[in-house]
Design a protein around this ligand. Structure first.
Ligand SMILES: Nc1ncnc2c1ncn2[C@@H]1O[C@H](COP(=O)(O)OP(=O)(O)OP(=O)(O)O)[C@@H](O)[C@H]1O
Ligand SMILES: Nc1nc2c(c(=O)[nH]1)N=C(CO)CN2
Length: 132
């Protein structure tokens, strides 16, 4: 199963390269964008590092989300200040089509400026099925 993941970290945490290596322990990782510095979606005066990757892994959604949460914790999420690493599942690939993840849609991830910027970077704008 192929998944589209958004990696994020508050800008003071330079973790995304190491996070990519951690994801490689789960399956085949392909970076879809370089790392971008983006303004906080909330409008707060802070910046994030963001990057899109695809991950090919024999895990269902629940197991993948659990594995991502475990990696976030290993990078200090919940035990250090701020957001050292956030991994969000944006979509999965079904029959060569990207299908938006229901949780990501409900959170409005696809409307966030940093996500739109990265999707454009990856050439994925408008490449999603409405279902999901
Ligand atoms: N597609 C998904 N991506 C991430 N978490 C998901 C997803 N679907 C379900 N979940 C579950 O929902 C919970 C809350 O997800 P959410 O993305 O809001 O948390 P978060 O990563 O702490 O927030 P944020 O991404 O805003 O920092 C997660 O801990 C996870 O168990
Ligand atoms: N630009 C940007 N803003 C955010 C991000 C993010 O990854 N990038 N993640 C958030 C929740 O973790 C909240 N706001």
């Amino acid at each position: 199963m192929q998944w589209l993941l958004l990696l994020g970290a508050e800008a003071q945490h330079d973790t995304l390269d190491a996070a990519l290596e951690a994801l490689r322990t789960l399956g085949e990782v392909e970076p879809l964008t370089r790392e971008r510095l983006t303004d906080a979606a909330s409008g707060a005066p802070k910046r994030y590092r963001n990057r899109l990757v695809s991950l090919d892994v024999p895990l269902d959604r629940e197991a993948l989300v659990d594995a991502c949460k475990a990696i976030e914790r290993a990078f200090g999420r919940g035990s250090v200040d701020g957001v050292p690493l956030d991994i969000d599942v944006l979509a999965c690939c079904v029959d060569t089509h990207w299908q938006v993840d229901a949780h990501a849609r409900a959170k409005g991830e696809f409307d966030a400026p940093h996500v739109r910027l990265l999707l454009a970077d990856a050439g994925l704008d408008g490449r999603f099925d409405a279902a999901g």
